[in-house]
Design a protein around this ligand. Structure first.
Ligand SMILES: *[C@@H]1O[C@H](CO)[C@@H](O)[C@H](O)[C@H]1NC(C)=O
Ligand SMILES: *[C@@H]1O[C@H](CO)[C@@H](O)[C@H](O)[C@H]1NC(C)=O
Ligand SMILES: *[C@@H]1O[C@H](CO)[C@@H](O)[C@H](O)[C@H]1NC(C)=O
Ligand SMILES: *[C@@H]1O[C@H](CO)[C@@H](O)[C@H](O)[C@H]1NC(C)=O
Ligand SMILES: *[C@@H]1O[C@H](CO)[C@@H](O)[C@H](O)[C@H]1NC(C)=O
Ligand SMILES: *[C@@H]1O[C@H](CO)[C@@H](O)[C@H](O)[C@H]1NC(C)=O
Ligand SMILES: *[C@@H]1O[C@H](CO)[C@@H](O)[C@H](O)[C@H]1NC(C)=O
Ligand SMILES: *[C@@H]1O[C@H](CO)[C@@H](O)[C@H](O)[C@H]1NC(C)=O
Length: 371
């Protein structure tokens, strides 16, 4: 049927192909874009330093500008010549943790101290803040640098995390089978997780990722949260497994790989049909078999075909008298109709016709694709 259109398509394809493969390039390479306007790069002030060469943390802050050392108050600013490592400090609730504060300019920092309601500096290393067991969710230890006439500080950003106690998936306000074409809501409930802002919940159907969800909350304490996804199940989803996964992404300083907790599986039962698998208006070639399956969930048990009010079986060898309107009764519940047209012509003629077309096709390939 469709084969008669092929040679033309092929011809077009060949024409297009020869056009693009012609040696005359259609593209003129544009000169690479480059901005010639660039701001003058700031020249860093290099202050000779007596830092110990063993310092492992590279100075991430510009050198301290002593002109700004006017106030006597502790201030956190970009000029404070202190660096904390690691930053942020990522620690699991209940675990021990340590952070190291060092100066990028030992000339002007006389000594380093920590100030924190939780944990304390190590006795032999006063620049190292340490806690045996992190039991607070919201702590910001300060590393203070004593300078010539004032002090400055840097905040240690601490992320205290806790993987979820549990992750579970359910249908919101629904139990039992679903109907094709209606909307349902999946909900993924995550219990006792912190910090919720770093949690990503992903909904899956079998191995397929459906959607990712994140919370807007910035709460540092463990919370419960329910994430939702609307679905419109279709018959292909029948028997599918839905599940969700909660991942705590705490960045490069966090645990690798990030903690992941997955839910149980729930099986989707999608009711649909019954409907005919064939088109409502169907053509069959004389001598051919007329067949049309009835599908549905629940599976149809009693399928009875009628033609002109008589119970019939679908012909395996159709002739013109089989043309017309059929009705199929499915479990006595629903009637579907099928209109059948019987086309004249013998199978052999059709076969040779298609062989002829194939030959034309091959000849065209040969002619037009020759260099
Ligand atoms: C802290 O930093 C100092 C200086 O860079 C270094 O000597 C020391 O080993 C570090 N301590 C820890 C616990 O990282
Ligand atoms: C640093 O910590 C102090 C005390 O907790 C707080 O008041 C201040 O806002 C923090 N600064 C920054 C930049 O987070
Ligand atoms: C479920 O039903 C409750 C009560 O009728 C309603 O408050 C809630 O919004 C519903 N949830 C969803 C996801 O539709
Ligand atoms: C997050 O915030 C946006 C905009 O404020 C809001 O539309 C959305 O519903 C919020 N999401 C959650 C999970 O609360
Ligand atoms: C989270 O839910 C659990 C179980 O429903 C409950 O025991 C707990 O108190 C909840 N936690 C919060 C922070 O609401
Ligand atoms: C974790 O959450 C914090 C605070 O919400 C945010 O600043 C940070 O970028 C998050 N990290 C990642 C890796 O998402
Ligand atoms: C969910 O189903 C998948 C595929 O059958 C299986 O690999 C996985 O272990 C199941 N998960 C649970 C929690 O039962
Ligand atoms: C289906 O068609 C049959 C035969 O025409 C009829 O007896 C029956 O009542 C119809 N059933 C329904 C549900 O329409």
């Amino acid at each position: 049927m469709f084969a008669s259109g092929w040679p033309i398509t092929l011809l077009l394809f060949c024409l297009f192909d020869s056009a693009t493969s012609s040696p005359v390039s259609m593209y003129t390479p544009a000169p690479p874009l480059r901005s010639h306007i660039s701001p003058p790069s700031p020249i860093p002030t290099i202050i000779p330093s007596l830092q110990s060469p063993s310092r492992s943390t590279p100075p991430s802050t510009p050198s301290f500008d002593s002109n700004s050392a006017e106030t006597t108050e502790t201030s956190e600013n970009d000029h404070c010549p202190l660096t904390i490592s690691p930053s942020p400090l990522v620690v699991r609730f209940g675990d021990p943790a340590k952070a190291n504060c060092s100066t990028t300019n030992a000339l002007i920092v006389h000594y380093i101290a920590w100030e924190s309601p939780e944990g304390e500096p190590l006795y032999d290393q006063p620049n190292v803040w340490s806690v045996n067991s992190m039991t607070k969710w919201d702590v910001t230890p300060l590393c203070i640098g004593m300078l010539e006439i004032n002090m400055c500080h840097r905040n240690l950003s601490v992320i205290v995390y806790k993987p979820p106690d549990s992750v579970s998936i359910t249908f919101a306000n629904h139990t039992g089978p679903m109907f094709e074409g209606r909307q349902y809501t999946l909900q993924c409930t995550v219990l006792e997780v912190a910090p919720i802002g770093n949690l990503t919940v992903t909904f899956y159907r079998g191995p397929t990722k459906l959607q990712r969800r994140q919370s807007n909350s910035t709460t540092k304490e463990p919370v419960n949260e329910t994430f939702t996804l609307d679905i419109n199940p279709s018959k292909v989803d029948d028997g599918g497994l839905y599940w969700c996964e909660a991942e705590l992404d705490l960045g490069a300083e966090g645990p690798q790989p990030p903690p992941v907790v997955t839910s149980q599986n729930i099986t989707a039962v999608v009711l649909f049909g019954p409907h005919l698998v064939c088109p409502e208006k169907m053509q069959v070639i004389e001598g051919g078999t007329l067949s049309c399956e009835v599908r549905g969930n629940p599976k149809p048990k009693l399928v009875t075909w009628f033609k002109d009010g008589q119970v019939v079986s679908l012909p395996t060898h159709s002739s013109r008298k089989h043309a017309g309107k059929y009705t199929v009764s499915v479990d006595g519940q629903k009637n579907l109709t099928l209109e059948v047209e019987v086309l004249p012509g013998s199978g052999t003629a059709n076969c040779c016709n298609s062989h002829f077309l194939l030959a034309v096709l091959l000849i065209q390939i040969f002619i037009c694709c020759k260099p």
